[in-house]
Write a protein that binds this ligand. Sequence first.
Ligand SMILES: *Cc1c(COP(=O)(O)O)cnc(C)c1O
Length: 713
Amino acid sequence: MELYNIKMRASRTRADLGPGEQSYGEHISGAEHIVRAEEVPDLARELVLRAQKHSRGRPDFINIKVEAVPEDRCLHLQALPVRTLACRTPQEGLATACQLLREAGVAQPEAALQLMPLASTLRGAMLLDADSLARLEPDQQRGVRATSMGRAEVAASAASGKNHYQEALVLATKVAHAPGMVAEICISDDPDYVTGYVASPSLGYVRITCMKEMGSPHGGRIFFVRGSAEDVARAVHYIEHIPVLVENLPETPAQPQQRAKAAQAARPEQAAQTGQTGRSPRISLAESCAAPAPQGAAEQARHNAAGEHQPPAAGPGAASALPDKWASIREGLARLEAQGLTRTVRDMAAAPGHMVRCAGAERELLLLASNDYLALAGDARVRARAAEAVRVWGAGSGGSRLTTGSLVLHSELERRLAAFKHTEKALLFNTGYMANVGVLTALCGKGDVIFSDALNHASIIDGCRQSRAEVIVYAHNDMADLAARARKHAGRRGIIVSDAVFSMDGDCAPVPELVAIADRYGFFSMIDEAHATGVLGATGRGATEHFCCTPDSMPDIIVGTASKALGAEGGFVCGRAALIDYLTSRARPFIFSTALSAAPVAAALAALDILEAEPERVAQLQANAAFFCACLQEHDLQASTQSAIVPLIVGDEARAVQAAARLQEQGILLSAIRYPSVARGSARLRATVRSDHSQEELVRAAAAIARVLQELP
Ligand SMILES: *Cc1c(COP(=O)(O)O)cnc(C)c1O
């Protein structure tokens, strides 16, 4: 589909401007739409006519600009649901608008409306903080202009004259999807048009039939937002630049409704009469917003106007009354895209190593994003053992560990892991994720308490949630905060849980202190060594080795995974025999999932053999991490780590993604980490080093990172 953005600006000559500058003359009217190629000529004509007949007066400069828009850049959004509220006077209309704004989350709507005369002088909209009403437009003379949008379907009658209603709905739909948008209020500046609207993601598009006196040329538009300065900048960028196509637009406005009750809404005349009796026009807005169930002509039209994305109706009759179940998914995707939070997978085409090649690409990239810290995933001995295991044992295990899937290999690996971590026993899970969920849900339930570090891994967070225990989040690595909270709950059954190495920041938890606090107040201590195993300690045994834990200061529960430094797959829990026996009978992810197949188990065994025989790999990894940080510091970058993870905080999500993309162009692959993996506004580049990176490679990577971060706007 060929799409064009067509833009009209009409102005009056200003004596102080030269002939070439008249597009900056006194503004009269403007419009902008994205349309299909075949609609361009009619619309251009229509826009010129509209400019010539504008009630603000005759322009002597009309500029029409037509630009191609690549369709794959357009977001597709579903039109907001529409309601119309009948009001007889501007006072009534404005009071209704205030009530709606308050419901959408605007703190002082009356005070905001006082700013409307000022808003009416802007070409664009006024942008206000929803709480403080502080003005946030980057340019306060101009305001924020919602542009670059259109309807996804070809209009039934493209040049049928002006359709305030559809155009406004397209704009309101785009604006409502802006990140941080709370609500919008709009009053037309057309003297002949007194209907205005309030729109918000929660209210939908609510038309109010009288917002000003007939004949008044004063209108205006205010957007209310909430969020950080970065969020606001993102919202403005989206509103002004991201092309949007709106689907399922109703042809005609919804019939007015005075009250929310369906019976009256269906009979507008009667509803209007209710208004005329002088009874309070105040309606329960909450009630009327709760369920915008399709009803009336407008809703019908909305459904009839279904585009090609609309799934077919389920059966005769019934389906038209149901909302489109896919709408929330489409809108969710559009919102993610607008916020720079869409995630996609990237396939690698080459065997694992410190150099990789993305599928479809020619070039090899230096990999600074791998958890295969010790280069064991590609080690010939590990591969050979895995291949041999498949030859002997087959590709799949065929059952869960407690039915028929347990192989002698599984038990052998459990014995090896227990010995490696110096605990009595170990239990294998399919992944580290499942190990965390399994432990937390087996050991804690309703009435219990879990103390969880604020930056713990998602699998711990999910385990906490699924356990239904009370979850108390303590400040990151803040043992004083933890101790104070633990003291208050001493005597309850519970767990203190922390990443040993934090997966996004690379710092270590103070394990001995954590264990001491747990012991003092009678809680279990649990640490997740996913990024510590094979990385910390002289022989890679993890945080317990790094901190020289004695039997007294060993955590009760050690979780780990073979999927990182061990280059294989499979989560595990190490601890006392009683703990492991209990988990064997109670941990649901262990019980209800098919056992790991032989290949990853054999690979992990081979990796442990190598790790024990070649502890110099761990030393090399630790030296590389320190060397890489020193290189970055030489470029004046703040870089430090206690592990093999080096975070470089960028802040803005889009900027982090851009930096990673530029580095990829320069032959370096590392990850941009964004919300929800880290807090909003703390997006970062996350580099991980490996034992097989050469110093020369790390020097080159540090220089490239410094250059890209410097060049970025
Ligand atoms: C990667 C990771 C996990 C999950 O391990 P998998 O084996 O990949 O499921 C758990 N905890 C932390 C801290 C991690 O970084």
